[in-house]
Design a binder for this molecule. Structure first.
Ligand SMILES: [Zn+2]
Length: 240
């Protein structure tokens, strides 16, 4: 009787015919053979081949000298290496491919491309990460305040920006600093601010246009509350 076992058993028939199955496997084969004429026919075919095998090769007794040399060689041969689990065909083919790939000159441009792709990916993630400044505009000191430093950090949206200053002299109450956003000779006010006792300040820049549209920046000393346009001495500047 054919059952789902048949495909499994018919694969075991050659080993069964050679007598190399273990007892449990042999029992399963014998049990199946009782109800499966196809497997019995298969076994009969294999058994006739197996029976014929010893007759196919004429038995020759090797000369005593040859026997001795063979035994010497067998004893001299190194012990078999520790068995390594055989790699499956696809594992082997991937390993071969990688070895072949690394051995060839093609890996260098491919590696360069891989690095570029990774860097592009990292940059994309970095860009998505949030309020990282798109641009940092460094403001340099003038002779009016040689120890001053200034930085405008413009957010990725190009509009939100913060001015950070340090080293600016404290001003009398009637004076304040004013940030100017400059493009094509036009000067827009970006912030009016005072500094802390240590000469530092963090100021939110207020602009109707994206900060990235301006090409130059300056900080001047103005009357408290600011001016419509710069009137006082410049203490910080960029591209001026
Ligand atoms: Zn069968």
């Amino acid at each position: 009787m054919h059952n789902e076992n048949h495909d499994h058993i018919i694969e075991l028939i050659p080993a069964y015919a050679l007598g190399v199955l273990d007892a449990d496997e042999s029992a399963v084969v014998i049990q199946h053979l009782g109800g499966c004429t196809a497997c019995r026919a298969e076994l009969a075919a294999y058994e006739s081949v197996v029976d014929a095998l010893p007759l196919a090769a004429p038995q020759i007794d090797p000369s005593p000298a040859l026997k001795e040399r063979l035994l010497e060689q067998i004893q001299a041969s190194p012990a078999p290496k520790t068995a390594v689990p055989p790699a499956s065909p696809w594992q082997r083919s991937i390993a071969d491919y990688i070895q072949e790939f690394l051995a060839g000159p093609r890996w260098q441009p491919a590696l360069a491309l891989a690095v570029i792709v990774l860097l592009a990916g990292a940059f994309f993630i970095w860009q998505q990460a949030g309020p990282t400044p798109l641009n940092q505009v460094e403001l340099t000191a003038t002779d009016a305040a040689p120890d001053a430093h200034g930085l405008i950090a413009i957010a990725a949206n190009g509009r939100d920006a913060t001015l950070t200053v340090a080293g600016l002299p404290a001003l009398p109450p009637e004076k304040q600093y004013q940030l100017w956003l400059i493009e094509d000779g036009q000067r827009d006010s970006g912030a009016v601010f005072s500094v802390n006792a240590d000469g530092s300040a963090d100021v939110t820049v207020d602009s109707e246009r994206p900060l990235t549209e301006y090409s130059a920046f300056g900080v001047t000393i103005e009357p408290a509350g600011g001016s419509p346009g710069p009137t006082g001495e410049r203490v910080l500047g960029h591209n001026l």
